[in-house]
Design a binder for this molecule. Structure first.
Ligand code: PLP
Length: 431
């Protein structure tokens, strides 16, 4: 699977891809060559921040978002009051979904909606999908998928009397095509996988895996939490059935911002999701007896849309549309490439191992490294304003958000990890 790149970013990515060669660029050169460097200024500064390496957990706010939130209270909510529902908010889940789809997902309008949380949308779409495959008794998941995906699937399996066939994966990689081919069969109702592994950053072959599952007659639901806004997809072209993703990572929607769900148009009329509420009904204000599901994506809504949670991500979508998702992907590759090079040079000699694929086309936008001291090291780094995150048992994730992270910031983070590990080694040696 290849992704188009912009010429300038591609050349820096390629040069950074050659560890140890004379052509490998310096951190300063990478920042100078970066065509997206100017976007960084548009994010709100944070006191005492040295390096933010956790945009894959919570994206940074944009400066304009602070103004827009204030204006929303005064103008839209305070000014228009209940009238704003008719004027703009009722349609927001659909118009915003279409914007996410066009800017990042490779999906035509009318197939994406913003609602609920990832967990709740996973439940609604997984239940709808398994019910649409009666007579099939298996869900296929990998044992390293994000906990919420596994937990929701386990609950649905219990509810519907299904089995889960677990694919056991290498935690330094993720689900491979051949593993899915071996796992699916005539009893598979649904395959649920993450496009980018939250742990290793492994980028699954969405197109190939979807085809293999379809050949077995199964549906596939993709979790796009770690790809949306950093790794482009072509959901329509790849014949994807269902997808969900969160908006507080690379879409910078803010803590707890709602999720989005994608349902291919060809499936919408046949799927019945279990949380049938008034906002999903054909006539929302009929207040009648009995539930009649709405047309298109409306039927996947349940209750009142979380309008305030949909504000900040609109500002980030402005940036993504301006920069272009392919240029963002090119910078993401250049950043992760440089991270791997710095880790090899500065941290591997200190006992660190790399748990992220080395090939750019197999990687999302974060790099995971392992060391027995990383839990404690991460806590110390946070106190110094260097913010990666820790994933048990010993993984430190370096999340690289292409529009807000500079190469110099990445370098500062790696230097701080090196210092923390060196200090740790000295302290341990003296005790
Ligand atoms: C792959 C993946 N799925 C789901 C979630 C979270 O779901 P929710 O937004 O419901 O908390 C995360 C959160 O980090 C995630 O990384």
């Amino acid at each position: 699977m290849t992704h188009p790149t912009t010429p300038a970013a591609a050349s820096s990515a390629e040069r950074a891809a050659e560890p140890g060669t004379a052509a490998a660029p310096t951190t300063a050169e990478l920042d100078r060559l970066d065509p997206l460097a100017g976007y960084r200024e548009r994010f709100l500064p944070s006191d005492g921040l040295v390096a933010y390496l956790d945009g894959n957990s919570l994206g940074r706010p944009l400066r304009v978002t602070a103004d827009h939130l204030g204006a929303f209270v005064a103008r839209d909510w305070g000014g228009r009051l209940i009238r704003a529902w008719d004027e703009q908010w009722m349609e927001l889940p659909f118009s915003l979904g279409d914007r996410i789809a066009a800017a990042t997902l490779g999906a035509a309008p009318g197939q994406t909606v913003v609602a609920d949380s990832t967990t709740v949308l996973l439940y609604k779409l997984m239940r709808a999908a398994v019910d649409a495959r009666p007579g099939r008794h298996e869900l296929v998941l990998d044992d390293d998928n994000f906990p919420t995906d596994r937990f929701v699937a386990e609950g649905i399996a219990r509810e519907r009397g299904l089995r889960i066939r677990w694919i056991s994966v290498d935690p330094a990689r993720g689900v491979e095509l051949d593993q899915v081919r071996a796992a699916v069969g005539p009893d598979t109702a649904l395959v649920v996988l993450s496009h980018v592994s939250y742990r290793s950053g492994f980028l699954a072959d969405m197109e190939g895996i979807t085809r293999v599952a379809h050949d077995a007659g199964a549906l596939v639901l993709w979790d796009l939490c770690h790809s949306v806004g950093s790794v482009p997809t072509r959901l329509d072209e790849w014949n994807v059935d269902l997808a969900v993703g969160c908006t507080y990572k690379y879409l910078n929607g803010g803590p707890g911002s709602p999720a989005f769900g994608y349902v291919a148009r060809r499936l919408q009329a046949d799927l019945e999701q279990p949380v049938q509420g008034w906002m999903g009904a054909a006539d929302v204000f009929a207040m009648g007896d009995g539930f009649v599901p709405g047309e298109g994506m409306r039927r996947f809504l349940s209750g009142t849309p979380p309008v305030i949670g949909m504000l900040a991500m609109q500002d980030m979508l402005d940036l993504i549309e301006e920069a272009g998702i392919d240029a963002i992907r090119a910078k993401s590759i250049a950043l992760t490439e440089h991270a791997l090079r710095l880790v090899e040079k500065q941290l591997v000699p200190l006992g660190v191992t790399i748990a992220t694929p080395k090939a750019a086309e197999e990687r999302g936008s974060h790099v995971t490294i392992r060391h027995p001291e990383f839990r404690e090291v991460t806590a110390r780094l946070w106190e110094q304003g260097v913010i990666p995150d820790f994933r048990a048992p010993d993984g430190l994730r370096i999340g690289l958000s292409p529009l807000s992270t500079s190469f110099a910031e990445l370098q500062r983070g790696i230097d701080a990890i090196e210092t923390a590990l060196t200090g740790g080694a000295t302290a341990a040696g003296s005790s």
